[in-house]
Write a protein that binds this ligand. Structure first.
Ligand code: NDP
Length: 286
């Protein structure tokens, strides 16, 4: 995926020159949580790899919210910036800070406007006889989009998709995307009483709970496709929400942790940034 994005950036630069052709991403980090610093570093590395210009804005944990908002206001105006990402979690005022981002530069897809567009998209696609295509998206949640990319080549229409987790970041947007591909979607969450039975019905099972290896091998319908979004530290090693060693014996296809959804999420951030630049260039030429 990164290779494809890199080629598209090269083509944009060849056609429009380096000032208009190079997409720009701004990453804002507040405080110095080590996990956040690692994720930010991975995002800058991916941007460098594909030729996207990435800028870093670091704030102290106890900085004023107004200072962060002031920086976002300026980034909203900058012509060289196509994407603004605020690394979560924030120590405070998360909703206010995220809502300051111009929806046209909201590469994490968290703005209510973009969630609204994603929600409404299904009916529009059906009217036009089209299916949801993650490669054509801008400003939608990167992890959910990454799961859809990983599902390319899997039959989705009419299949039973069970999503464990209903967060705004993963479960909820993913359910919309799967619905827009004609899956029959079931959510499970912390109040669901019969999770194992529901998982056993799933042709596509996506685990995004943040519960280390909770999904056991005998929860998986033989031949199911299993996507493990979870990232948990257990005895100092990273594990997913699925017990991989058991699950791999039943699943037709399964993603590992680490090395599955995580890198694909970063790639989708690059794709959202690129697609915003392509969209803006097309708009400039009208
Ligand atoms: P949240 O904590 O926001 O949401 C967790 C969801 O899982 C909630 O809906 C919660 O239910 C549900 N849940 C939690 N415990 C249980 C349980 N025991 N049984 C059933 N449902 C449960 O987490 P996120 O969505 O932000 O992240 C989920 C996981 O994905 C985490 O491990 C996170 O690190 C990882 N992640 C990975 C990314 C990647 O790029 N690979 C990106 C983003 C997240 P309820 O709503 O009832 O509370």
């Amino acid at each position: 995926v990164l290779d494809r994005i890199s080629k598209q950036v090269t083509m944009l630069v060849a056609k429009n020159g380096p000032i208009l052709g190079v997409p720009g991403l701004a990453v804002i980090q507040v405080g110095n949580r080590s996990d956040s610093s690692k994720y930010v570093e991975m995002k800058h590395l991916a941007a460098k790899k594909v030729g996207i210009a990435s800028l870093n804005f670091a704030f102290e944990k106890d900085c004023k919210t107004e200072d962060i908002i002031g920086t976002i206001d300026k980034l909203n105006q900058r012509q060289d910036i196509d994407g603004i990402l605020v690394q979560l979690p924030l120590p405070r005022d998360q909703k206010r800070i995220l809502n300051t981002i111009d929806p046209e530069k909201d590469v994490d897809g968290f703005h209510p406007y973009n969630i609204g567009l994603l929600t409404r998209m299904g009916e529009e696609l059906r009217q036009e006889n089209k299916l949801f295509d993650p490669t054509q998206c801008r400003n939608v949640a990167c992890t959910a989009m990454g799961v859809m990319m990983l599902l390319e080549g899997t039959d989705i229409a009419g299949k039973s998709a069970v999503i464990l987790g209903r967060s705004n970041i993963v479960g909820l947007p993913l359910a919309l995307m799967l619905l827009h591909r004609d899956a029959t979607v079931t959510f499970c969450h912390s109040h669901t009483v019969d999770i194992k039975e529901r998982c056993l019905q799933a042709d596509i099972l996506v685990a995004a709970m943040g519960q280390a290896e909770m999904v056991k091998g005998d929860w998986i319908k033989p031949g199911a496709v299993v996507i493990d979004v979870g990232i948990n530290v257990q005895n100092e090693i990273l594990v997913g929400d699925v017990d991989f060693k058991q699950a791999v014996k039943r699943a037709a296809r399964i993603t590992p942790v680490p090395g599955g959804v995580g890198p694909m999420t970063v790639a989708m951030l690059m794709l959202n940034t690129l697609n915003n630049r392509i969209h803006r260039l097309a708009h400039l030429k009208i």
